[in-house]
Design a protein around this ligand. Structure first.
Ligand code: PGA
Length: 252
């Protein structure tokens, strides 16, 4: 069964609710290619208005993070139940910015990924090596560890719908994307780790995206690679025209 490409926009800490709704309206002004699944991940505060702006469109809604408990005394946190209630399909977990600035670990990413599935959300689990890890020859060890530990709490029965985003940390927001070939190679290693964890058949169905400085100019380089099933797009997803071009390049 072929894997349907997913292009997900990670807006990070950008866009008020009104700005987010306007971006989505601009994105939906013309039909998007149907062979690609598209998702937008606004900040929590814009989820409601973006959902309204999406209306009956096939573009999916995702959140950028969540806590793993359904409810409770966790001031400032957002639960999977709340995200489902707002119409989210996806939730990003373990993004490198959460790991770098907010103490996220493989263990917290695993808790979040498990809880996401338990509440009907699909986690987009982010993995990727830092520059010093790459330079030290540890890329494989790092991404395999992050993949194996990050999926520890996922029910194997649900795992085929999991999404992984391979985002080398040195490529995020730097304008220095990995080459398509190198991203394909590392994603192949991640798929092998998933096969160890869930078996070949499940691993063959899991979508693995590339992320890190994806622009309209380089999008086709990734979508043409056999192991790469789409992109997690940061900066370029804040511009409806650029994001559309990335979606179109991935459908070509
Ligand atoms: P970028 O971010 O496209 O701006 O490099 C990607 C991400 O962090 O998901």
């Amino acid at each position: 069964m072929p894997r349907i490409p997913l292009i997900a926009g990670n807006w990070k800490m950008h866009k008020t609710a009104g700005e987010g709704a306007a971006l989505v309206r601009a994105l939906l002004a013309d039909p998007l290619p149907s062979r690609v699944e598209v998702a937008v991940c606004p900040p929590f505060t814009a989820l409601g208005e973006v959902r309204s702006a999406l209306g009956g469109s096939t573009v999916r809604l995702g959140a950028q993070d969540m806590y793993w408990e359904a409810q409770g005394a966790f001031t400032g946190e957002i639960s999977p139940v709340m995200l489902r209630d707002l119409g989210c399909t996806y939730v990003i977990v373990g993004h490198s910015e959460r790991r770098q600035f907010f103490g996220e670990t493989d263990d917290t990413a695993a808790r979040k990924a498990g809880a996401a599935f338990a509440h009907g959300l699909i986690p987009i689990l982010c993995v990727g090596e830092r520059l010093e890890e790459r330079d030290g020859g540890r890329t494989e060890a790092v991404v395999v560890r992050q993949t194996t530990q990050g999926t520890e709490r996922i029910d194997p029965v649900l795992a085929s719908t999991l999404v992984i985003a391979y985002e080398p940390v040195w490529a995020i927001g730097t304008g220095r994307a990995a080459s398509g070939e190198e991203a394909n190679r590392v994603i192949g290693l991640i798929r092998r780790a998933l096969a160890e964890r869930f078996g070949e058949n499940v691993a063959a169905r899991i979508r693995i995206l590339y992320g890190g400085s994806v622009t309209p100019e380089v999008a086709a380089e990734f979508s043409s690679q056999p192991e790469i099933d789409g992109a997690l797009v940061g900066g370029a997803s804040l511009d409806a025209g650029k994001f559309r071009k990335i979606v179109e390049a991935s459908a070509a």
